[in-house]
Design a protein around this ligand. Structure first.
Ligand SMILES: C[S@@+](CC[C@H](N)C(=O)[O-])C[C@H]1O[C@@H](n2cnc3c(N)ncnc32)[C@H](O)[C@@H]1O
Length: 300
């Protein structure tokens, strides 16, 4: 997914604006260590840090992480994929706002990585799109693609039901403390071209697969189809449905993420190689802006 990083903060600031109650649910404490997973440009990361916690923002997008670093040079950010990041130290909480539904390749792998990053009793607090999220917008896209004789678009999101995600969390070694599932119609305040702008910003890869001469008429049709449900006199609304949860890592359960190695007959071992000293872990104000203890891509 290629994000329009330059316009993300201004045009889609509402993504983060809705994160304030989630921050209260996280309730970061001074000196806690917290990961902001799918941190984007760091808008929520900086809020967590403002409550005194030491925070590490992780995002798979190099562009997002670069923007986060330049906006918040005193904080730590790293490029990493939520499906398989590994951290050498345990954190007190993992937070995620409006990002888990983008991590659609293997949702249980994301939960496993989060589990491994947390100390026993550590919190996983997040909000994501839930089942039915953007149903009208998506239906308009699918119908428009069909009308134009295009193949069914492959949608990049994972919008689970509360029951489905709760089952994944429990299987992944978490106890659920709160699970909320609610409609949250959201004004597309900065989308003068309504549903078409929403597609351009949140699903640009769908447009990239379309012959260029079709893109304009196709998006016009998306608008026509979505307008009866989503266009008000005051402007366009997105039919958001959110899943918000707080879960706690059960004590133990390391075997969930580190299965025992298969038994093999003992073989003579060479002497162990000298180990480098453990990575330093300072206060965010004194940390280098990358995270030495995170397994990340070279850009991170
Ligand atoms: C809608 S943005 C939300 C950003 C931020 N949490 C906020 O509240 O403003 C979703 C973010 O998830 C990131 N993301 C998507 N898939 C990811 C993955 N597999 N691993 C890490 N980050 C991912 C995207 O790069 C993007 O920055």
């Amino acid at each position: 997914m290629q994000w329009a990083v330059a316009t993300y903060d201004t045009a889609f600031g509402y993504v983060s604006a809705h994160g304030a109650p989630l921050l209260d649910l996280l309730d970061p404490q001074p000196d806690e260590r917290i990961i902001d997973l799918g941190c984007g440009t760091g808008t929520m990361t900086v809020e967590i840090a403002a409550r005194g916690a030491e925070v590490l923002g992780i995002d798979e997008s190099v562009e997002m992480v670069n923007a986060a670093r330049s906006e918040h040079p005193h904080l730590s950010f790293a490029v990493g994929d939520a499906h398989d990041f590994t951290i050498s130290e345990r954190y007190d909480a993992v937070f995620s706002n409006s990002a888990l539904h983008w991590m659609s390749r293997a949702p249980s792998a994301v939960i496993s990585s989060v589990h491994a990053a947390l100390r026993p009793g550590g919190r996983f607090v997040a909000e994501m799109g839930g089942a039915g999220n953007c149903a009208e917008l998506i239906a308009a896209v699918q119908t428009a693609w069909r009308v134009f004789g295009l193949p069914e678009p492959e949608l990049p999101w994972y919008f689970p039901t509360p029951a489905e995600y709760a089952a994944r969390l429990e299987e992944g070694g978490f106890v659920i403390r709160l699970m909320e599932y609610s409609d949250r119609p959201t004004r597309l305040a900065e989308c003068p071209d309504g549903a078409a702008d929403w597609v351009r910003l949140f699903a640009p890869e769908l447009i990239a697969e379309v012959p260029p001469e079709l893109a304009g008429p196709l998006l016009d049709r998306v608008n026509e189809l979505a307008a009866p449900a989503l266009r008000r006199e005051s402007g366009w609304m997105a039919d958001y449905v959110r899943l918000r949860f707080a879960a706690v890592r059960k004590p133990g359960g390391d075997e969930l993420v580190q299965p025992p190695a298969p038994q093999a007959p003992p073989a003579p071992q060479p002497p162990p190689a000298p180990q480098p000293p453990p990575a330093p872990h300072g206060h965010p104000a004194t940390q280098a802006p990358s995270a030495p203890h995170l397994s990340v891509s070279p850009e991170g």
